[in-house]
Design a protein around this ligand. Sequence first.
Ligand code: CAA
Length: 449
Amino acid sequence: MTDVGIDAIEIWTGKLKLDLPNTFAPAKGEDPEKYTKGLGLNASSFPDTYEDIVTMGANAAHRLMEHEGLTPEDIGRIDVATESSFDNSKPVSTYIAGCLERVYEGKFSHANKGERKFACLAGTQSIDDAYNWIKSGRNRGRSALVIATDTALYARNDPGEATQGAGAVAMLISEDPDLVSLSTEQGYGSADETDFLKPNQQFPSVDGKRSVQVYLARMREALEDFEGVAGRTHTDDFAYIPFHTPFPGMVRKAALFGYRHMIRDTSMEDDLAGEIGRQPREEAFDSEGDFEEALREYMDGLKRTDAYQEWYARVVDPTLTISREVGNWYTGSVHLARASALKTAFEEGRELAGERLLVGSYGSGAQAEIHAETVQPGWEEKIADLTIDEGIERRYDLDYDEYERVHDVHNHDIESDGDGEIEEFTAPESEFVFDGWGRMGERKYRFVE
Ligand code: CAA
């Protein structure tokens, strides 16, 4: 049976940077370590005044098509995943295809275009759609372009403000992929939750603390569901475990739960028993409170063991290197995590072909999905093409006052948006830019040479 998966990837970061410990923390009167150590973030990316979800998505897709030598004829499907859409009818993929048609001779008239929504999970769901489209044989030899693009902005003074970010990840989904193939086995954890939502509003309503608990609960269900079809998972089965990363501190929590689950009833649990005891079993406790207290104590101990720390440093920490510098990209975040891991392996000269990843995606509202991926022999060449390091490096470093002005520019409720009152901070070069409004309220774009 033909393998289907991610053949190539490109990442475009918003061109502005907010330094969290040095610019944001002092303005908020907070300890910088709340950001660097607590949340695990150094900086957030923001879009310049001429950037938005369309320009970032189109720029990522354009670069991907260029280094893959593709033309519109090669693409049979364009799916955009976003939770920052500005149009309830016309999908962002049509705007992006329109941009790309400005720089290619061919058209995407044969391509099926759509927009996927399930909070941050939608990027993975779009890959799923592309996978099924190819597996069903409907693709006529063509590949799918999946673009996860978001401006993850929160209202000012919302606790989520520290976790903002903006950028796009473009992925080519193909038969016989060069980067990773996807497992047929999948697990889901899904429930009607009210933890993070945007009922016809730009900035989210968030119950931050609860959202963390909901993430962990759905992820656990998804892992159990995955194991129901793929068999039990073990800590050494996977080279890396990329998770959806709203902020690295969230992944730190999820990884500890995952590790506890994986070592339960194994010789590893026995080996650690002398140091931290065995895992508390619910049936051994009279009350839920006592059980939870015992579990907290066990997790505190587990977190400090050499075995856990070595595993975390090897399997999870390398997935966080890009996120630490750019913040939450919502639909793109889990795909940044995969790219970070592969980039680390590439930089370390590690031989990874044939090794497996376990990928944990999550969307508020809420649903988690877990599947496995197998790294393909062509992975190194594809990762060598990534330009994200230069993108991160060349961002304009905002001061706090500039940050507030940029936040206002991208606030749909503030009139100054796009009217030229605020100067751009960087000069566009070989990229798509926002070019004002059309007669029907549509957003217009042009390519700057
Ligand atoms: N030094 C070291 N650590 C510090 C510190 C210091 N000086 N000050 C605080 N910390 C630690 C805290 O102990 C805490 O860590 P633990 O959770 O491990 O205890 C961490 O830094 C954060 O501190 P607070 O909990 O006090 O931070 P907060 O209440 O201001 O905000 C948040 C945290 C609620 C998660 C907030 O950032 C938020 O609302 N974020 C948006 C929602 C979100 O991202 N949720 C994640 C799950 S939902 C999801 O994944 C979907 C999505 O993308 C949005």
